[in-house]
Design a protein around this ligand. Structure first.
Ligand code: SF4
Ligand code: SF4
Length: 350
């Protein structure tokens, strides 16, 4: 489990267990949920629509065998049902916010009843922006609920009438893979629900989402030229778990994510000019586009100039050598900000 998330989760659990620190515990929980939701936001903002229905671990045991879209739906359907129908006895966000139409979901259940291909075809039908909006609305509604709880509410237990209400809502499938949820939730008190659907359940599924997106990036990179248009090397990049490379649909490099259409200016320019990379461009030395915009990324331009002189394979070999010698993430840490000095270091390590 991610160390930061697991520590925050442990801290929250301990704090909410005592009246004096209960409020602080809720604040830690909301903070943890915000961190976790940040992962979902990054994935939704940067990955192509096709990514959300892929099952790169199909058939595996575990949450990572699902899709990104299913994971989002499942986390927040469960939370919506538990927070609104079970605890608040209120209308679920899915219905009160018109999210069923906006998500285009063919089901109102948690999705536990779906297996294999059915998960992929369900995911394909979802509107991802609508789904993201739903997830956010559920998170906010639950945060409001959490903020309104008092320490004495934690011991509240659930009754047969609560079970009947859940069954009548038809939001939990009668399939044996789903129906057990009703007994499971109703067997807990409010504190138990905070410890699972509102926290740990998020962590487990969001960690699975991270495994899925890492694998999708690796799959996207397979067989694709690892030389980025700007001169960076995708094979040596510290963002490999998030970015499939600028020659793929999984391009989430820093300049791509803040540029129109999610493509970095160097990639747009090279493609427009029919160039393999900026190293083929006559304007490279004076260019100020994208990665060459600020002086502190002269390291990237140094690499493009190095490719122009020696080729991509030679640069990859130099980068292999540098990574064996030094512990670093960004190449700027080694090549510095001065173009001539960066080139000198690359030449020295040929
Ligand atoms: S951030 Fe740039 S160098 Fe890194 S993997 Fe993505 S495209 Fe390649
Ligand atoms: S003008 Fe700049 S961004 Fe465009 S191909 Fe040339 S070096 Fe690359």
């Amino acid at each position: 489990m991610n160390k930061d998330w697991s520590e925050k989760n442990r801290k929250m659990q301990s704090l909410i267990g005592k009246g004096a620190s209960f409020r602080e515990g809720i604040d830690v929980l909301i903070d943890l949920r915000s961190d976790l939701f940040g992962q979902i936001t990054s994935i939704v903002n940067t990955y192509p629509a096709e990514a959300f229905s892929q099952m790169p671990f199909a058939g595996a045991e575990g949450y990572h065998s699902k899709t990104l879209a299913y994971s989002m739906w499942h986390i927040f359907r469960i939370e919506d049902i538990v927070a609104q129908t079970l605890i608040r006895q209120n209308s679920q966000v899915l219905f009160s916010g018109g999210w069923l139409e906006k998500t285009k979901s063919p089901i109102i259940t948690t999705g536990n009843e779906l297996q294999g291909e059915k998960i992929a075809s369900f995911s394909e039908r979802l509107d991802i922006k609508g789904l993201f909006g739903y997830c956010k609305a559920v998170m906010e509604a639950t945060n409001t609920l959490l903020g309104s709880l008092e320490f004495r509410d934690l011991k509240r237990k659930f009754t047969d009438a609560d079970k009947v209400r859940l069954i009548d809502s038809k939001c939990v499938s009668e399939d044996e893979n789903a129906f057990w949820l009703i007994d499971y939730w109703c067997g807990k008190d409010v504190q138990g629900l905070i410890r699972m659907p509102f926290s740990r359940h998020w962590i487990m599924h969001i960690e699975a989402m991270c495994r899925i997106k890492n694998k999708l990036c690796r799959m996207a990179r397979k067989g694709v030229d690892p030389a980025a248009y700007c001169g960076l090397s995708c094979d040596h990049c510290f963002l490999k778990d998030w970015c499939g490379g600028c020659r793929t649909a999984y391009n989430t490099c820093s300049y791509a994510t803040c540029s129109p259409g999610g493509v970095c200016p160097n990639a747009v320019c090279c493609k427009g000019e029919g160039l393999d990379g900026c190293w083929e461009c006559a304007f490279l030395p004076g260019c100020r586009k994208g990665f060459y915009e600020t002086p502190d990324v002269n390291a990237v331009k140094a690499m493009a100039l190095f490719i122009r002189k020696h080729g991509k394979k030679e640069l990859a070999a130099v980068l292999d050598r540098l990574h064996r010698q030094y512990d670093f993430q960004k190449i700027q840490e080694i090549l510095g900000e001065d173009l001539a000095e960066g080139l000198r270091i690359l030449e020295e390590n040929r």
